[in-house]
Ligand binder design. Sequence first.
Ligand SMILES: C[S@@+](CC[C@H](N)C(=O)[O-])C[C@H]1O[C@@H](n2cnc3c(N)ncnc32)[C@H](O)[C@@H]1O
Length: 280
Amino acid sequence: MEASTVLRESGRSIEQLKKLRRHPIQGVRYLFRWAEFCLRPAETEDKLRKDAQQYWNAPNTELLNQYSHWRGAGIFADDDLSLALGRKNLEVYQQFCRMIGVSRPPRRIVEWGCGGGANAVHFAPLAETYVGIDIAQPSLQECARQLDAAGFRNFEPVLVDACAPDTALTQIAQKCDLFLSTYVFELFPTPAYGLQVLKIARKLLNEGGMAIIQIRFMRDSWTSRPKRFAYKRNVISNAYRVETFWDEAEKCGFSPQAVRLVPRETLNDQSNYAYFVLTT
Ligand SMILES: C[S@@+](CC[C@H](N)C(=O)[O-])C[C@H]1O[C@@H](n2cnc3c(N)ncnc32)[C@H](O)[C@@H]1O
């Protein structure tokens, strides 16, 4: 870490501590998390992948279903919220299409991490085939259920193990026109894992195809950086610098067209989202 960054971060942390003096328990917790971030050794890629597989395949609870964006679960008991989440992603896709002059609907869509189908119910009507990839069988089943209930019979579920994302390539025979992934790259065990999925995305796409990938972007603060330990506690922590993700997409053979930043997402009360539109 550069000296200027260390100084800036220390300054910010001291400010934070001053603010938290009035709330000593939160202050101690903040200090602990900061010390842990600085001092705790990173866990191996292998361990983090196994932990991710275990986390998303734990026995179903209301909370896990909510985290997997199941309609009716937890905060998604509010049906308007559940529908708004996927609709917003559809609007982002449509805006990008207008921006880069794409008017033909995608014949095949692949969604990486489809969860309970919050995107699928909005995107499946556009395509002949909607391929949903996930590491949790119950989520694939829920996605199928939602599409079935909405009258769509074009769903192809693909189950992969979090430890071996490349197996998606052997399971999906035909290339697609749109690769979609939202609220998933932030859950990956490490930044390198996300870049592996980026390469897979490129291989899954036809020439003239498009990827819409939402990531969380890093700011200067340590709190927005990936935590490479205790997956369960840091499940939403994978992040990239915007320019790094752009460069990495180019290295994979994509042409990045645009990035849309969403510093604060009110729908899920999270921050630092970036939607990339990448073409092939
Ligand atoms: C927050 S939900 C997002 C669902 C959907 N993409 C959306 O935007 O509503 C996260 C989903 O990603 C899945 N997931 C987590 N890690 C994954 C991985 N390594 N590969 C594929 N899916 C993953 C989870 O099982 C869960 O269903």
